[in-house]
Design a binder for this molecule. Structure first.
Ligand SMILES: O=C(O)CCC(=O)C(=O)O
Ligand SMILES: [Fe+2]
Length: 178
């Protein structure tokens, strides 16, 4: 069973709804020196797509994720593990059930740091929207359906990289119905 299917199952859907969604692969290399200590390697952001599978540096820490209280919590290196986090598309797709976690990378030691990220982005042909099973009277649709590429551009043009752009695609209260 693949990760997409497991995620769909976690919200009661027994089919893989992510078939054909594109993915992206990125290697991040941080040349941290003594001068960059305490500064940011990657500013606070959310990932714009659905899911990120991160093979973080096994020796050099720096990744921090925001907890519910709004505090950053360090994710220390853990050799042999992968880290999964969900992005903006996951929040929309799940109709608010999944959390698009804010995170950043801080320079904590003068060393080269490498992370390898695989992103499951969003649908290309269809709109980003919650499947009908996740929308009902108790869970009105929170976001208007939109194109993934349009959303990506919206984030960039408004310099909203930490999930704030989702406020621009919120469904109006009056049309909050299944
Ligand atoms: O390098 C890391 O640990 C995180 C990188 C990251 O957040 C990203 O590529 O979106
Ligand atoms: Fe990220």
């Amino acid at each position: 069973m693949d990760i997409g299917q497991k995620i769909a199952k976690s919200v009661g859907l027994d089919r893989n709804l992510f078939k054909g969604w594109p993915s992206q692969f990125r290697i991040n290399k941080y040349n941290f020196t003594s001068k960059s200590l305490g500064s940011s390697g990657v500013q606070i952001h959310t990932d714009n797509g659905f899911l990120t599978i991160l093979h973080d540096d096994e020796c050099v820490g720096g990744l921090e994720v925001m907890n519910k209280k709004g505090e950053f919590v360090a994710v220390d290196p853990w050799p042999g593990t992968l880290l999964l986090n969900l992005g903006d598309v996951a929040k929309v797709w799940s109709n608010g059930r999944f959390h698009n976690v804010q995170h950043r990378v801080q320079c904590k030691e003068a060393a080269i740091r490498v992370s390898i990220a695989t992103f499951l982005l969003g649908p290309i042909e269809e709109a980003v929207e919650a499947p009908p099973e996740l929308v009902d009277r108790e869970h009105p649709r929170l976001y208007i359906p939109f194109g993934y590429e349009d959303y990506r551009k919206l984030r960039l043009s408004n310099n909203m990289r930490a999930g704030e752009a989702l406020d621009l695609v919120r469904a109006p209260i009056s049309s909050n119905s299944a």
